[in-house]
Design a protein around this ligand. Structure first.
Ligand SMILES: Nc1ncnc2c1ncn2[C@@H]1O[C@H](COP(=O)(O)OP(=O)(O)OP(=O)(O)O)[C@@H](O)[C@H]1O
Ligand SMILES: [Mg+2]
Length: 258
């Protein structure tokens, strides 16, 4: 039986209008994506490739100019409310209040989503344990390490028990140990809780270790997609970095020559 797709996009186009006399920006140029439920999918690609724009369209924060997409079975433009109820989103920047503790941040987020006091306390407790934040739960967020803060961001994305979680660069700036610890949490979200995770990253080793499949985005299109093992085998590459340079590098080279 074919697995259900938690995320599917067909021919997404996003054109940002040009401002102050500048030409419009074609951020997405016919992007396709298929992510089976319960898997971790990595979006890779150079700065400006369209990864964040893709995430924004799929999370209903931004409307596509053309193309269609479904998340958790709901159309992002026709059923935006249903999509929002099914997803969590951790943006490229932080979402936590620096003046509150992790526990207070989580309780506040749960209460904003309609939970009563007791239910919000309980949800915060679960998520602190889930993300290994127990020891730091009562410290002011501004005093926490980058890795701990980023875990709190992910915990905030999980408040509503989403079926699909979008993580935009969850490990940027983290040291190797914090990164490995984050990988473990993300992996267990998919394996134990059947959450589908779509994450963008610039760390190819991270994608190689963590993702069931990756899509390499360049100039608003997917130029290669598949499991890291299959992508490496296709071109006889030793590492995902070589795969990345093989595919994404072509467009750079072509542009440099023009
Ligand atoms: N609100 C906006 N208005 C105009 N142009 C935008 C806007 N947001 C993004 N862009 C442009 O769209 C293109 C894709 O940007 P996007 O942020 O999706 O890239 P990215 O792959 O996430 O890059 P990075 O790796 O740097 O995060 C870039 O050329 C960017 O400058
Ligand atoms: Mg981005």
């Amino acid at each position: 039986m074919p697995s259900t797709l938690a995320v599917e996009a067909h021919g997404l186009v996003k054109t940002y209008p040009g401002r102050r006399g500048r030409p419009p920006v074609q951020a997405l140029d016919g992007l396709d994506l298929a992510v089976p439920a319960g898997t971790v999918h990595g979006l890779l690609g150079p700065n400006g490739a369209g990864k964040t724009t893709t995430t924004k369209v799929l999370t209903t924060l931004s409307a596509a100019t053309a193309g269609t997409a479904k998340v958790a079975g709901h159309d992002v433009s026709r059923d935006a409310d249903a999509v929002r109820r099914a997803i969590g989103y951790v943006s490229q920047g932080t979402g936590a209040d620096p003046l509150l503790t992790p526990r207070e941040n989580l309780v506040m987020a749960a209460r904003l989503r309609g939970a009563g006091r007791a239910a919000a306390d309980e949800r915060a407790r679960e998520l602190l344990a889930r993300m290994g934040l127990h020891d730091e739960a009562g410290r002011r967020t501004s005093t926490l390490s980058g890795g701990t803060r980023r875990k709190l961001d992910v915990a905030l994305g999980l408040v509503d028990a989403p079926r699909v979680l979008f993580l935009d660069e969850p490990t940027t700036g983290l040291d190797p140990e914090a990164r490995a610890s984050m990988w473990q949490e993300i992996r267990s979200l998919a394996a134990d809780d059947e959450v589908t995770v779509l994450l963008t990253t610039h760390y190819l080793e991270e994608a190689d270790r963590l993702a069931d499949a990756v899509s390499i985005v360049d100039h608003g299109r997917v130029v290669a997609t598949g499991s890291p093992v299959a992508l490496k085998a296709d071109i006889g590459a030793a590492s995902l970095e070589d795969v990345y340079l093989h595919h994404a590098g072509r467009a750079w080279d072509a542009e440099a020559i023009r």
